[in-house]
Design a protein around this ligand. Structure first.
Ligand SMILES: C[S@@+](CC[C@H](N)C(=O)[O-])C[C@H]1O[C@@H](n2cnc3c(N)ncnc32)[C@H](O)[C@@H]1O
Length: 301
């Protein structure tokens, strides 16, 4: 049953972490001329309107994207009602600047002034003419929105299919270069096992591909065990990993709600660890100065 709609959460703290890592990886991996395949196993609608519909109900973006902008723009009291425009500043870490500028460029398009780009829109903004993207999205309404976003996009294929099993089917690409985002909602307990299996099978087919797997920080047994399981999959395949976490608070045992989130990168591009080492403390200070925190571990540490 598909009840999750990412529009409710667009631009929240989890999107910031995930999309900053994504833009950083894409920018690094598109430096080489060889074509890149980008795969999004759980793509969502592609882009979201913040001022209408689902995103305007809980307004999670106010505590995420708007708060970050306010901080980056130098508003000392970090008002959530900051204007949603970005003033480039050298004080902002380079990878966050790239992320904020990618969003600003997306929002500069006619009719997109109050929107937030999802991972497909961000990826398409970084890919070159000879790169390709495959987006898996099962929800009929979000898949229709994604198809519309990509209607004049020759680089992208949208598939209304299961992304867990679809991922391995599109690997390895002929160019032998790919970045794959695995970003389920984890509202179904089976998503944990699905993501772990998808990584294992993808690494079997394409051990040198780069993978980004997002996960929530929750007081649930399967969520707590999950990052270690993903690290083990990378280690079993003999591949390097990076585990970056950003939290807004620390949940007490049994407390409900997502305190933060993490990203496991397998075969991370060289630049990612340095970039996240700069971005994570900045993000914790911007989004939750009193109770926020971060961590960054790598397989070689
Ligand atoms: C967290 S959202 C994706 C957000 C998107 N990656 C972004 O960063 O903008 C997860 C999406 O996966 C879709 N979904 C759920 N199960 C799926 C499956 N097995 N295969 C593909 N898509 C699925 C949901 O409908 C939802 O839109």
């Amino acid at each position: 049953m598909l009840s999750y709609r990412h529009a409710f959460h667009a631009g929240n703290h989890a999107d910031i972490l995930k999309h900053t890592a994504l833009v950083c990886c894409l920018d690094y991996m598109t430096k080489k001329d060889v074509p890149l395949l980008y795969v999004d196993s759980h793509a969502g609608a592609g882009a979201y309107q913040l001022d209408t519909g689902y995103a305007s109900q809980n307004r999670e973006w106010e505590e995420g994207y708007a708060r970050l902008l306010s901080y980056a723009n130098g508003s000392p009291e970090r008002r959530v009602s900051a204007p949603l425009s970005y003033t480039p500043s050298a004080a902002v870490p380079e990878a966050l600047r790239a992320y904020l500028e990618a969003i600003a460029a997306f929002r500069a398009r006619p009719g997109a002034e109050s929107s937030y780009p999802g991972s497909p829109a961000l990826a398409l903004s970084r890919l070159r003419a000879h790169d390709r993207a495959v987006f898996f999205e099962l929800h009929p309404s979000d898949c229709a929105l994604l198809l519309k976003l990509c209607s004049e996009e020759p680089r992208a294929r949208v598939r209304r299919e299961d992304g867990f099993s679809g991922l391995k089917a599109v690997l390895p690409p002929a160019s032998k270069r790919a970045l794959c985002l695995v970003d389920p909602s984890y509202e179904l307990a089976s998503d944990y096992e699905g993501a772990q299996r998808a990584l294992r099978e993808a690494l079997k087919r394409f051990a040198t591909g780069s993978f980004l797997l997002w996960y929530p920080l929750l007081e649930r047994a399967e969520a707590k065990a999950f990052p270690a399981l993903l690290r083990s999959e990378a280690e079993a395949a003999g591949r390097p990993w990076l585990d970056a976490r950003l939290w807004l608070r620390v949940n007490a045992p049994g407390e409900r709600g997502m305190a933060g989130s993490g990203i496991i990168a397998v075969n991370p591009p060289f630049a990612l660890v340095t970039a996240l080492g700069e971005c994570l403390p900045y993000l914790a200070a911007a989004l939750s100065p009193a109770t926020g925190g971060w961590s960054l571990d790598t397989s070689s540490a």
